[in-house]
Design a protein around this ligand. Structure first.
Ligand code: UT7
Length: 332
């Protein structure tokens, strides 16, 4: 019998810009304060990609270069690059196309996947399916967002939350049962009204009016999103455990989307997971949208052990949400 091929993560790379935007900086920009931001969200500072001509692909490229160096392979060996993002360099061509060109990934095809904060779990599931099909051997999945490009820094409801960053993983075939084991992905487009960007798409192309009305910035009704996020992320994570006959005790790490520490705590509690098994770097990076989950994996890589059961969980604009179970494939 031919063993089933699974998609194992075999290397991780990450990139966060050097420039920091702290809660104290924000106090000077909008009516807010460090204490409110820390207690309501858990965030202390975020990174901002500055500089003329710098875009999301400029974070994807160093993250991917780092994972290639760790794995000891060249960009030409990449078969496909999937970039989860809602802040692509341009509407088209895709950020994946642009990044492949900058990387010299001459043999790769690729595309962007827009699922907001669930971008990485959606892209990972998609990339894993390409590996499981047997057709591709090296698929890179990145989660990258330059949220500062779509944030109104006079709107305290959004500017305190978001930051810029990128994480990327390499997927390769595994025949010993390591890698992506299961994934539950969901969406509900009726939630779009609570979190979206009003203009710049085919519905409302850019005009002087859309710019004047600040319709090219992220719009969020925080409280409504919060309620759906707490339920969605916790429900799907619990369902994933149940259908794999696992309990919180079997899980080594929860890797949650970093939107709000209170949402993360609720998900961990629902899974019966002690909080020391939860990756949390929201205090340093804020919400980097598709970047949060792979940036956690990147920072915790050395603590991950071969055979660990890891659950990734996300909730975001769309609404989109999901959870993925991984059996970790290597010790670093
Ligand atoms: O990543 C993808 C999905 N996004 C999320 O998951 C985000 C989900 N939502 C949230 O994380 C939270 O809703 C926020 C952090 C955005 C807001 O926190 P909240 O606890 O829901 O605050 P709120 O909007 O209910 O506002 C509470 C109070 C209000 O004052 P009053 O009416 O009680 O006097 C706001 O005006 O806090 C006030 N407020 C602020 N105060 C200082 C709202 N924003 C701020 C602020 N600084 N930045």
């Amino acid at each position: 019998m031919t063993p089933k091929i699974s998609a194992a993560i075999t290397a991780i790379g990450g990139y966060v810009p050097d420039d920091k935007l702290t809660n104290f900086d924000l106090e000077k920009m909008v009516e807010t304060n460090d204490e409110w931001i820390r207690t309501r969200t858990g965030i202390e500072e975020r990174r901002i990609l500055k500089g003329e001509g710098k875009a999301t692909s400029d974070m994807v490229v160093p993250a991917v270069q780092q994972l290639l160096a760790k794995r000891g392979i060249s960009a030409e060996e990449i078969d496909c690059l999937i970039v989860g993002t809602v802040t692509p360099d341009m509407v088209f061509p895709s950020t994946a196309n642009i990044a492949c060109d900058k990387l010299g990934a001459k043999n790769a095809w690729g595309f962007d996947l827009a699922a907001a904060c669930s971008g990485f779990v959606y892209a990972l599931t998609t990339g894993a399916a390409l590996i499981e099909s047997g057709r591709y051997k090296k698929v890179v999945v990145a989660g990258a967002d330059k949220m500062s490009a779509i944030i109104d820094y006079t709107d305290r409801a959004t500017c305190i939350i978001f930051g810029d960053g990128c994480g990327a993983v390499l997927l390769e075939p595994d025949e010993e049962g390591f890698g992506v084991k299961d994934s539950i992905l969901r969406s509900d487009g009726s939630g779009g009204k609570y979190l979206h960007m009003k203009a710049g798409g085919s519905l409302k192309p850019a005009s002087i009016e859309t710019v004047t009305n600040k319709e090219h910035f992220a719009y969020q009704e925080g409280q409504a999103v919060f309620k759906f996020a707490v339920k969605g992320m916790a429900d799907v994570s619990a369902e994933l455990l149940e259908r794999n006959n696992l309990t919180g005790e079997d899980i080594s790490w929860l890797v949650p989307h970093q939107a709000n520490k209170r949402i993360i705590d609720a998900t961990a509690d629902r899974m019966g997971l002690s909080h020391d098994k939860v990756m949390l770097n929201i205090q340093r990076y804020g919400n980097t949208t598709a970047g949060t989950i792979p940036l956690c994996l990147w920072e915790w890589e050395k603590q991950l052990k071969k055979g660990d059961n890891i659950v990734l969980a996300a909730f975001g604009g769309g609404f989109t949400w999901g959870a993925t179970l991984i059996k970790w494939a290597y010790n670093s």
